[in-house]
Write a protein that binds this ligand. Structure first.
Ligand SMILES: [Fe+2]
Ligand SMILES: [Fe+2]
Length: 178
């Protein structure tokens, strides 16, 4: 049985939201690169790729369940930032919004009696807890080290170094990942 039509429509919108998040994080990364803050830039480039993965996991789920996939256009990201803290504050807002969207998707599936789709959303619910926690933690560090950007660069190097992301065996398969 394909996913409930209301769920399919919402998930297609969420695919666009995830691609929009990808674009927004690329914009944040570019800003940090332009400010000669390579660790922060690297962190956001990696976050951007994760958002793209989320979109592609949703695409694969729709393909697997014989539901229609529409690759929608996305709103332009913010590219002007007042200071080094601003992109992180924006990212936290975005992650909180996505958490609500993910919860709405799970609730919709449940209302429709579509337990396959509800189950699919569980991984994203856990992922959002982590992403909101990461961003709110980073925001606290950034606010504390507003005067000394080297501090936040050190923090990223220590806590979020590019160690080749450990693979999560419970993650849904992403379209195009083989
Ligand atoms: Fe995401
Ligand atoms: Fe995210």
């Amino acid at each position: 049985m394909p996913p409930a039509p209301t769920f399919t429509a919402l998930l297609n919108e969420q695919i666009a939201n995830e691609f929009a998040a990808h674009q927004q994080y690329v914009a944040c990364a570019v800003y940090y690169d332009s400010q000669a803050l390579p660790r922060l830039a690297g962190f956001f480039y990696r976050q951007a790729l994760e958002e793209r993965d989320h979109a592609m996991m949703m695409v694969q789920f729709l393909l697997d369940t014989d539901a229609a996939v529409t690759v929608l256009g996305v709103a332009a990201p913010s590219t002007q930032f007042d200071d080094v803290v601003a992109p992180i504050a924006l990212a936290l807002d975005q992650e909180r919004r996505v958490s609500e969207q993910i919860n709405t998707l799970a609730a919709t599936a449940r209302q429709e009696g579509d337990y396959t789709s509800e189950q699919f959303m569980q991984w994203f619910i856990r992922e959002q807890i982590e992403e909101v926690a990461t961003m709110s933690n980073l925001l606290r560090v950034a606010e504390r080290s507003r005067q000394d950007e080297a501090d936040i660069e050190d923090f990223i190097a220590r806590e979020h170094q590019d160690s080749g992301e450990s693979v999560d065996p419970t993650a849904p398969r992403a379209a195009g990942s083989g």
